[in-house]
Design a protein around this ligand. Structure first.
Ligand code: C5P
Length: 236
């Protein structure tokens, strides 16, 4: 498989909007995109997201909506209003919810990309069985990825280990957004199944989500530059 340059998405998992602003001023907008999850969104509010969008940043609003179709559609409309680049929902919400999200996003003049979370990487076979999803996690991931694909979503958030099967079955145009990326010198933190950027790209990741190796670095810009170099060495 010839590897293509992935986007690099910096996960801003910070509780303080001021600290997040300071960090972002150190990063080059041409070299990465930003991911805002629940913690920072609750700390900084929609205004923080709008501020970065106005500065030209491409923002992935990672709020993983999961509710009745009408509510999720309305939330997606609000996300689109903020001008974000990508928004996501839980594929576990089912096809009616996924289609409602798709339709809401498509009604917007500048629709963000819409991705679906399959199975959280914090789950294993035992914890999936607790919620009634029996069998190997990969089977649940593929079922949910296919549901997201069928509803017209632009891709899924999945572990790099699952990216190659999703790529193979659902094609190149369906994005594989992969967290759990660690270079050999990085701490794994609480991630269990990590992959180097190079291996993740070769496995078919289209977007690499990297948080603490950049946000906790003494020099975040330098950590990002090193990551970009290792990506470039794989792309050739
Ligand atoms: O700091 P780290 O690189 O581990 O951050 C990974 C980011 O990706 C976090 O924001 C985490 O919430 C998110 N994520 C994940 N696993 C998933 C889905 C999202 O680690 N399955």
């Amino acid at each position: 498989m010839s590897a293509q340059a992935p986007t690099i998405i910096v996960a801003l998992d910070l509780a303080d909007a001021g600290a997040a602003r300071d960090l972002v001023t150190q990063l080059p907008p041409s070299g990465c995109r930003l991911k805002v999850g629940k913690e920072l969104f609750l700390a900084g509010g929609p205004a923080l997201v709008s501020e970065w969008v106005e500065q030209g940043w491409q923002v992935f609003l990672d709020l993983k909506f999961h509710d009745i179709p009408n509510t999720v559609a309305a939330a997606c409309t609000q996300a689109a209003e903020l001008g974000v680049w990508m928004v996501n929902v839980h594929a576990l919400g089912g096809s009616a919810m996924l289609r409602a999200a798709r339709e809401a996003v498509d009604r917007h003049p500048a629709p963000p990309l819409l991705t679906g979370v399959t199975v959280l990487t914090s789950h294993d076979e035992t914890t999936l069985a607790e919620i009634g999803l029996t069998g190997p996690p990969e089977a649940a991931v593929m079922r949910l990825a296919s549901l997201a694909y069928g509803a017209g979503l632009d891709g899924v958030v999945c572990s790099a280990a699952e990216a190659s099967l999703i790529h193979e079955r659902l094609g190149h145009g369906f994005r594989r957004v992969t967290p759990g990326i660690r270079s050999p010198q990085d701490a794994a933190d609480d991630q269990r199944r990590v992959m180097t950027p190079g291996r993740a790209i070769q496995a078919g990741a289209s977007d690499l989500v990297v948080g603490r190796p950049i946000t906790n670095a003494a020099d975040p810009a330098e950590a990002l530059a090193r990551l970009r170099e290792s990506v470039a060495s794989v792309i050739g």
